[in-house]
Design a binder for this molecule. Sequence first.
Ligand code: F6R
Length: 620
Amino acid sequence: MCGIVGYIGQRTAVDFLLEGLRRLEYRGYDSAGLVTLDENGRMDVVKATGRIDALAEKLEETPLRGSVGIGHTRWATHGPPTVENAHPHLGGENVLAIVHNGVVENYQSLKDQLIDHGYHFRSATDSEVIAHLIDFHLQQLGEQGDATGDQRYVTAVEESLSQLRGTYGLVVLFRDRPQIMIAARLGSPLVVGIGSGEHFVASDGSPLAGYTDKIVYLADHQVALIRADSLKVTHRDEGHVKHRVEKLQIHASNLDLEDYPHYMLKEIFEQPNSLRDTMRGRLCEDNATAVFGGLNLTAQQLRQVNRILLTACGTSWHAGLVGEYVIEEMSRVPVEVEYASELRYRNPPVDHKTILFAITQSGETADTLAALREMKRKGHPTLAICNVVGSTIAQEADGGIYLHAGPEVGVASTKAYTSQLLVLTMLALYFGRLRHLSYEAGRRIIRALQELPDRVAESLNCNDEVRRIASKYCHENNFLYLGRQYNFPTALEGALKLKEISYIHAEGYPAAEMKHGPIALVDEHTPSVFIMPRDFVYDKVMANLEEIKARGGPVIAIVGEGDTRVAELADDVIYVPNVEPFLQPFVTIVPLQLLSYHVAVMRGCDVDKPRNLAKSVTVE
Ligand code: F6R
């Protein structure tokens, strides 16, 4: 939600800002804007509602030349998506500009005080108070005269931040100080890219790819004073801190659409490779187990764990449900899966042998972060299963496992989901091998995992058939998704994929639950998607399928290759490779991802940027 970019150097800032904002589009937004500053202190602001293209059109009319600038994509919270509410916001007599991500909880009282001091507000946002507050402190410091040079600007920002309650990723420019840019973060991510005689700022690393591979992840309570040729970071409590320069792991080619019409389709087709990347170096055939570098707990400590709590939101929560099945089966350690939004406010009885895994693609989801912090506060080891390197959750967890799935740009999670499943399956193997799982069983699981990317590649062969099926059903407005055991979470995930990008109402259920209520929905316009590869509940699911057919409901079935029984009853059948039950979620989700993709395209939906949704949900 919301994206920030900033530039200071020798280039024409607007070129980087506009491209950077496009690369952050996936985070979700409904208006955008930018400001540039030239060496003479000329400050130009351009804002637009809607897509970045609208902003780009305005910029064609008003080309901006400054070599310092900041830009923002806004996902409306306080005030509707209008030009006035779009960022940047100007402070005082237009002497400074800010872009802000996050929420200022005490904005109303600050606003009242600033109005009393004579400030005029132009927007309905909480963010504008930050702009005027910084101006207020600048004036005060000017009068006192005890802070001079750049320090006066840094102090004005720091004093303003100390008055804020809430979260911020913030970048500030000053009209009379075009040689500096100040960035600060608390609870909302911000990175600084280091170039040669230039610096970049962004909400995550993707805008930096192709510009620099040197990245600094700002931590909470840090303030960065950025000049074209220097970066100085201070921490609220520690004073000046030495910043760690890391290597950016995103390449510009990762963000290229290649020949695909949408990122979502590209990312679905990337899954064989993203799974290989997730698995790389993590399977040890000699010991028949998995290895993880960053758990930061000894095997001894992990052997004592008697309960695993998985917490997440949305698709990542569905991955957690699959994790529950596979971890309990392979390791016999009891697993609970909790929505992070519930866990954060609950006080479940948890003993000291429980560990928490927060599962999150973005590493920024507000509820997941809060649940992790709450468990950490209570003294439990917290670990993250996360895709975005350097994200807040990755930084705050005691340890964790990166997905290495590569950047996921489409708002609907696809390849990150299958990589989450893979990490959880490798964890199951690891915990199993710390306990009762035999060497031979471990080797068998490893062999199956090594073949998995090829099986997923084979399941992509159904694409043409799925497109045909999508054209048959794309006008229906209700779908049911049904599966049992390992395929029940897949039913939930298939339904979520369809509803989020095609806006069709869809429900996922364990197939046997149908007769306890949902079967009342079945009619000739409510297709049921059965996920039923051959396993020990196959015959039971077949009985559920018959119940739907008996009531006139159309059936689309996902079955294993070579299955002949289901085709006799179902209206449409999609075949996937036969794999062991614990690997079924990897191959059965592929046709469901494709189905939702094709249906959404046929309905004319904006697949990669569905309405109302954000890739990174940083508000509660
Ligand atoms: C759906 C989707 C969301 C996310 C959820 C959690 O396709 O992407 O449901 O899974 O918002 O996000 P992360 O995994 O970033 O914590």
